[in-house]
Design a protein around this ligand. Sequence first.
Ligand SMILES: Cc1cc2nc3c(=O)[nH]c(=O)nc-3n(C[C@H](O)[C@H](O)[C@H](O)COP(=O)(O)OP(=O)(O)OC[C@H]3O[C@@H](n4cnc5c(N)ncnc54)[C@H](O)[C@@H]3O)c2cc1C
Length: 336
Amino acid sequence: MSCALHTPHIAVIGAGIAGLSCATQLEALGMRVSVFDKSRGTGGRMSTRRGDGWQADHGAQYFTARDPLFLQELDRWQQAGVADLWQPDIAVLGDGAPHRNDGTTRRYVGVPRMSSPARWLADALTVNVSARVIELVNANHRWQLRFDDATDGRAALESTVFDAVVLAIPPAQAADLTRPHAAATTALCESLPMRPCWAVMLQFNARVALPFAAAFVNAGPLRWIARDSSKPGRPARETWTLHATTHWSEQHLEDSADDVIQALVAALTTLGGPAPESATAHRWRYSEPDAAPDARVFVWDAALKLGLCGDWLHGGRVEGAWLSGRAVARAILSAE
Ligand SMILES: Cc1cc2nc3c(=O)[nH]c(=O)nc-3n(C[C@H](O)[C@H](O)[C@H](O)COP(=O)(O)OP(=O)(O)OC[C@H]3O[C@@H](n4cnc5c(N)ncnc54)[C@H](O)[C@@H]3O)c2cc1C
């Protein structure tokens, strides 16, 4: 990829767990990395909403760890105090008599917030937030980035020239950037749509008298409810997160936040929950992959020096996203 004296400079677009895993690995392999994210913070869908005296993880609720490489990474996170075990009493509701979920799965969360592992990784990297990439410009087999300039609406072409670009963003957003350059990669992105999820975060003044800390719900608009304040390191204020099913979320994608809150709180009431003191809704337009892709894990186009990674290429979850980011970084090194 480069002459011996030149340290390759790689742009990673997306500071979710896949992009941060990729960037961490690239730096460990001796490359120079700049990470860009359109949001104000890092973590992507491993994220936490904060309010007055409360917080709630409104994207990923927990993660599991099975691959030895991810187990090692989890160990690092636990040593750093940014992840911990969360073993709530989980019920299964809506398909026959309520029963307990199996007690064997080990579930982990970021501490004190789901975004904490991402923040910890980002602290060791060069990360630019509020930086939405709207175009990749290929110049003599190297890349320049064009950003959306939110302040005056004009697009600015970044002068830095990168040796390679990795897109660690959902497929619809990746396709917008790859379309002028890579037809097959764009077709792959377009063949893997993501489905939405409405999330509602509720605050209560007293403990909710439900006989579980979380539940998989298999009937009605809800699919998951959890007492966020039961996770380790959280504020004491009684806070619950509700997730709607993908089907319901699609049907109500353009509903107002108030209408969504009303419908999902009504569904909680039918499960025995009380009315909340306050509520906030968040719409995840790209929540989870519609279908499991083939066993790609990542995409690396060595001719273009263009990579893609993310959960949508590897299982749709935190562990797969992290593994995907790591794998594309190692593919870039082996292309050296
Ligand atoms: C409601 C919900 C519940 C979930 N529950 C679980 C769960 O219980 N367990 C589990 O393991 N996983 C769960 N997940 C999935 C998990 O959150 C994801 O698999 C994982 O966080 C994906 O990481 P990623 O880095 O691939 O993508 P993301 O986290 O989506 O990161 C992509 C980043 O790219 C940025 N970006 C996008 N476009 C651009 C652009 N043009 N320019 C610059 N930046 C850009 C975004 O701002 C974002 O930060 C859940 C997700 C949701 C939404």
